[in-house]
Design a protein around this ligand. Structure first.
Ligand code: ZN
Length: 316
């Protein structure tokens, strides 16, 4: 067994800006920073331009009772206690010094569709950290009331801040829980940034960004999460391979459903009804007051008339 190792908590700057059309950031959690234009996506599609984004409101940090087991939520110090499949050090050694050749939210090999046909794979990110640990109860209530299956990508910090909500979600078979990283960083092996947010700096940091929350979710649920999406949804190709070797699938999206929780309801509805067969929709469940819930709800009559059905990623 390998020794445990610690990962520093994220700083006060939550690594997830908001965004605006035409190609906004897919993942929110924090108002944009002034240096957000430093994004350097090399994907074929235009890079997100978050500088026009409307800042999302800062929700108050929630204080809940801790999980029945596990550390105090406010003093979480991520620690990887179980080596990843294949062994953490083996993965680090294999990829240290290997230069990536692709970067962005749509690099080759990311899972963007599952199944096909009538399936819609709704995924909801919970980003965690300052300004990102809220709970959009309107979204969760809608999913529960309408029995909409979804995959919830939970960040380590969000889990620690919301233990009771976590337990509620983990106990509902409508939902599959997935991994939204530990410090919520772009997943890089050389510190590449997205929206001015520095990514993980090395293969070792990339392994820990995936593996620490992988272990936490496994500890809390008894199941290993199968799907990973990093903060800002940016990967390089080496880091995406590291995700696979830790035991998860690097996940992207086919539809940017709520533009980092900044979109008005009508925009969310339009995005939802245009979901391609089996498309993964990216939206958020950590920004109360966003247009996400209303937009999802307004899309339901059309989607149901079309015979569309919501699936969890592992259902397809
Ligand atoms: Zn996020």
């Amino acid at each position: 067994m390998l020794p445990a190792f610690a990962v520093a908590c994220a700083t006060a700057t939550d690594p997830e800006p908001t965004a605006a059309p035409p190609r906004p950031t897919p993942d929110s959690g924090r108002p944009p920073t002034t240096d957000a234009r430093r994004s350097t996506s090399t994907t074929e599609r235009p890079a997100p331009d978050p500088t026009d984004a409307e800042p999302t409101p800062e929700p108050p940090e929630r204080t809940e009772q801790p999980h029945e087991t596990g550390p105090e939520p406010t003093e979480a110090q991520p620690e990887m206690r179980t080596p990843a499949p294949g062994g953490r050090q083996e993965i680090v050694d294999r990829w240290s010094g290997v230069a990536p050749t692709a970067w962005g939210t749509q690099i080759a090999g990311l899972v963007e569709h599952v199944g096909g046909g009538a399936a819609i794979a709704l995924t909801l990110d919970a980003c965690g950290g300052p300004g990102g640990s809220g709970v959009d109860e309107a979204v969760l209530a809608l999913l529960e009331r309408e029995e909409m299956a979804a995959t919830l990508f939970l960040n380590y910090r969000w889990i620690e801040a919301n233990p009771r909500t976590f337990d509620r979600l983990a106990g509902n078979p409508l939902f599959e829980l997935a991994n939204h990283g530990t410090r919520h960083l772009p997943l890089s092996v050389n510190g590449r940034d997205a929206y001015g947010i520095g990514g993980t700096q090395s293969a070792a940091e990339a392994v820990d960004e995936v593996g620490t929350n992988h272990d936490r979710l496994t500890e809390l649920t008894g199941r290993r999460p199968r799907w990973f999406r990093p903060g800002t949804a940016h990967y390089d190709d080496v880091a995406a391979q590291i995700v696979r070797e830790v035991g998860e699938q690097p996940t992207g999206f086919a539809v940017n459903g709520d533009l980092g929780a900044t979109a008005p309801a009508a925009t969310v509805t339009s995005a939802m009804v245009a979901t391609p067969p089996g498309g993964i929709v990216l939206a958020h469940m950590n920004q109360p007051g966003s247009g996400t819930a209303a937009g999802l709800e307004a899309a339901l009559p059309t989607l149901r008339a079309q015979g569309r059905r919501f699936v969890r990623l592992s259902d397809a």
